[in-house]
Structure formats: C-alpha cells, structure tokens
Design a binder for this molecule. Structure first.
Ligand SMILES: Cc1cc2nc3c(=O)[nH]c(=O)nc-3n(C[C@H](O)[C@H](O)[C@H](O)COP(=O)(O)OP(=O)(O)OC[C@H]3O[C@@H](n4cnc5c(N)ncnc54)[C@H](O)[C@@H]3O)c2cc1C
Length: 481
C-alpha cells in the first residue's frame, strides 16, 4: 500500500510494537498519529476526574520521547485534538492513506472508539487492528477467551503449559514519512488532563520512590537499572512487599500501562538475565506477576461491562455505603489511621503506591468503611500514574469481593501495618507530623493519652486527625488477616 496512518494509543513505543512494525512493512510511507481525545479527560460518573496530573505528565513525556524516536528514524508524529472518529478519517483523507493501523484494547470505551473509527473511515480505507499489550497473544491462548477460567491459578497453569510467549519485534530502522507533515505541538499537562490545575501540580516530591520520567527510553533505563546494574531481579519475590525506595519492586507499571515497554520485551530480558545471572523463584515471580496482568486483560475481554457493575462479574449483592464525607477523608489521607493515610498521601503526591499499600487502602475503604468499591476505583483512576482499566478495576473488584475470587480478601490494616512497616519508617516518611513517635504510637496514635500527646508534640485533632471510626473495634470485629 502507499500510505498508512499509525494511530498510537496505549502503545507509546517503537520496540516490539506490531502496529508500527506491520505498517512499516506494508506501506511505502507511514504517518504516526496521536489523538488527544477529549473523552479521556473530564469527570467520571463517580466524581473524580478521569485523568489526573501525574498521569498526564507521564503521558506528555512519553509523547515527547516517542516523537524523538520516530524523528531519529525519519518519521514524524502528528498530534491532533478531537474525537478519534473525526480526526483519523480527516488525516487519512489528507494524506491519501489506504489503511489506519491501531492497537486494539479490551476495555469497553476503547473498543467503542475503535468501532466508531471503523464506521467513520471510507470503505476503501481499512482499519487494521493488532493485539499488542499482553505477554501471551490472545490468539495463542489454549482456551478461547470467552471460555477462560475466571480463577487465576488454573488459568495461569493452563497458559504456562500450553502457550509460548512470542518473540518481541525489533524497532523499525526507518520510518518513511509522507512529504510535508504538519505535526502540531505536544499538549501541555493541563491540556492533556483538561484542567489548568494539573499544570500547576507542585514539583516532584523527593520522597517519591522514583521520579517516573515518562517514555520508552526512560522505561528501558529503568529495566537496565533494576535488572542489570542493581541486580535486583534475583531477590524480587523477597522484596516485592516493600514500601520505601526504588528497588523493592520493578516499577515497570506506568511504562506497561502507557505501552512504553512491552511485556514480551521484558520477558525476553528476564530470560537473558536467567541465562547470564541466575534463574530462581524470584526471576520467575516477575513473570508470574505479568501473568496476573494478562489475566485481568483477558478477563476484561470475556466479561466487558460487567466489571463495572456494583456486584461485579458475579453479581454479588452487597449493601454499599455512599458517604461522601467519609470517602473524602479516605481520599485525602485524613482518616486518622496512619498506615492508610501515609499510603493515600503518597498516592496523591506522586501518583504511585506499592501493591501492599493498594491492597490495604482498598480493603480499608470497602471492608472497614463499606464504601462502594467503584468510588475507590474511580479515585485511583484519577491519581494513578500506572492506571490501566483492567488492572485497576479488576483488582478493585477482587478486593471488593465482587471479582475473580469468591473468598473473603479483607485485610486487617492494623496488623498489616505492624507486619510490613514494623518500625513505622514508611508511616513517618509520609506523615512527618508523626515522625517523633515510637512505632507503636505511630501506627496507633489514638492510644496516646493527653500527657503522651503533649510529650511527643502531637495533639490529635490538631496535628493529626482523630480516628474517623473506632479502628480497634472494627478490626477486632473483622478479624485478623
Ligand atoms: C486496588 C488495586 C489497584 C491497582 N491498580 C493498578 C493499575 O491501575 N495499574 C497497574 O498496573 N496495576 C495496578 N495494581 C496492581 C499492582 O499494585 C501494581 O501493578 C504494582 O504495584 C506496580 O508496581 P511495580 O511495577 O513495581 O510492580 P511489580 O511488583 O514489579 O510487578 C511487575 C508488573 O506486574 C504487573 N502486576 C503486578 N501485580 C499485579 C496485579 N495485582 N494486577 C495486575 N498486574 C500486576 C504490573 O504490570 C507490574 O508492573 C492494582 C492493585 C490493587 C490492589
């Protein structure tokens, strides 16, 4: 074909990108395009914004990096604002394209957009969709996606035994651009998020686990540092429940969510590490976690919209509370339970929270406060730098007891805090007002009497909130986990 438009979505990379590779193989000239679709911003139906400043910043940097990489190969990234189904046909007509190549995503809104684009293209312009974002290719699954097991372990075992991970593709050497491309500026953070306040987000917080610079180049550098320079993969399973510092886990999630890194490329690097350094349970465990990621992606293909129902994919009947004030205290990190507050403040300041933290704050919201799990999921959607629809809503549904596991997954946040933050270093990092407290009080400040409060310079209700409910009582009721 003469010309192909490549519609970049959540695949902001040139290495192992089948959309770009196929377009370059099949067309004489290729026009890479990114659409700033207004439907990605604004408020969600649950209140929080769909796209907050942290992720908008990461996306902007990823786009800048993508544009540079394309330019190095002779290509040029066009950036246009508007609905995909109106921008893409206009570009296709302007450049006389024969096809639009694009990533396909399993989420409902994303699929609707693909269908709208297909409908809006003239009959002689094909929409060529490629499955690009999982470790295992959807067409290689041993069981068709609509019949896969809804429980992770049997699904994983079947896939591990019956499916090969395909080899990652190299980045194209040349990306032949059409003549005279009008590329347009990369939008500001505020323009991407649709909120001026996003542009004025305070600068980076030096307590952040990583600066999380966006883009494929930074993603590859992160892997280089975590696997090869720091040699941390050999202890991944041991350390992955940590909460402080860059290297207790891979921190690949924002790069995977925006498609700056492909899971197949990471898989190949794990294999290389296993050949050159060590192959152990820890090295396998990273692939195990990537299998969790795949699991939720395929679950979304299977169940679609049902994931967003209050009772989730199993139609569980629960009496969810809708108390805005309580919800806001949780979101702001003002509950009076330091382990929850520290995690929420880390999220709000940096866009990231450890997996241990996510499980605990989610359980606190749905089990201790009994607030609708979808409110929590929507708040994470706004804040997370690594937000991904399937990983986020799938994990929230799971935690809310309406997802892929019928067991009770509640966490006793008080015992979790003592187990995973024994010396209260994490809590004191994110709640500096509690920095002088000994660990026991840092985790349970309500146990201080007036004299102790005066001795430690922390007056409850002034320096730090009083507990919003009786946590000791609630967790005695809920039991230990
Ligand atoms: C309530 C809740 C919401 C979450 N929302 C998201 C989200 O929007 N986006 C997201 O990427 N992850 C989400 N997770 C999963 C997990 O917490 C993050 O992937 C992980 O903390 C990211 O840090 P990391 O890259 O260092 O992880 P690592 O421990 O290094 O794991 C490697 C990779 O495996 C994948 N992974 C690990 N755990 C999970 C999991 N439980 N589910 C799906 N994939 C996983 C991620 O892609 C991750 O980058 C959520 C978890 C919970 C409990």
């Amino acid at each position: 074909m003469d010309t192909a438009v490549v519609w970049f979505r959540d695949d902001l990379r040139i290495t192992d990108n089948p959309v770009l590779a196929d377009a370059v193989d099949r067309a004489d000239t290729v026009l890479p395009a990114y659409v700033v679709d207004p439907r990605r911003r604004g408020d969600s139906e649950y209140g929080p914004a769909k796209l907050g400043g942290h992720r908008a910043r990461f996306r902007r940097e990823s786009l800048l990096d993508l544009r540079d990489s394309l330019r190095e190969r002779g290509g040029e990234l066009v950036v246009e604002e508007g609905r995909a189904e109106s921008v893409l046909p206009t570009l296709a007509a302007e450049y006389d394209a024969d096809a639009v190549f694009a990533q396909t995503k399993p989420a409902t809104e994303e699929l609707e957009r693909e269908h709208a684009v297909r409908e809006s293209l003239p009959a002689d312009v094909e929409l060529e969709r490629r499955w690009t974002h999982t470790l295992y290719h959807i067409n290689d699954l041993p069981t068709p996606y609509d019949q896969i097991n809804d429980t992770f372990t049997p699904w994983r075992k079947e896939v591990e035994q019956g499916t090969e991970v395909r080899s990652p593709l190299s980045a194209p050497e040349k990306i032949p651009a059409p003549e005279s491309v009008e590329s347009g500026p990369i939008p500001t953070v505020g323009e991407l998020a649709g909120s001026e306040t996003a542009d004025t987000l305070d600068g980076p917080d030096d307590r952040a686990v990583l600066p999380f610079e966006g883009g494929e180049t930074a993603g590859k550098e992160r892997l280089e540092s975590y696997f090869w320079e720091g040699d941390h993969l050999r202890e991944y399973k041991e350390t992955r429940n940590g909460m402080l510092g860059a290297d207790y886990s891979s921190k690949f999630s924002p790069y995977l969510a925006a498609g700056c890194l492909s899971p197949r490329w990471i898989h190949r690097e794990v294999e290389r590490y296993e050949e050159q350094r060590v192959s152990n349970e820890d090295t396998y465990w990273l692939l195990f976690e990537l299998a969790w990621r795949d699991f939720f992606q395929f679950q979304f293909v299977k169940h679609g919209r049902d994931f967003f129902l209050p009772g989730g994919i199993r139609g569980v009947d629960k009496d969810w509370q809708h108390d805005r004030e309580q919800f806001q205290r949780w979101a702001d990190g003002e509950t009076g339970l330091p382990f929850v507050d520290a995690n929420m403040r880390e999220l709000n300041r940096t866009g990231y929270m450890s997996n241990r933290g996510r499980q605990n704050v989610a359980s606190f919201l749905v089990d201790a406060l009994k607030i609708d799990w979808r409110w929590g999921a929507a708040y994470f959607e706004e804040q997370l730098i690594d937000y991904d629809v399937a990983s986020n809503w799938g994990n929230w549904a799971y935690q809310g007891g309406v997802g892929n596991d019928s067991r009770d997954n509640h966490f006793n946040v008080l015992s979790q805090a003592e187990r995973y933050d024994g010396n209260a270093e994490y809590v004191r990092t994110w709640l500096p007002e509690l920095a002088e407290l000994p660990p026991e009080y840092a985790h349970r400040p309500w146990r201080m009497g007036e004299t102790e409060q005066a001795d430690h310079g922390v007056e409850l209700g002034i320096e730090y909130p009083r507990p919003m409910i009786d946590f000791e009582d609630r967790y005695a009721e809920l039991g230990r986990q």
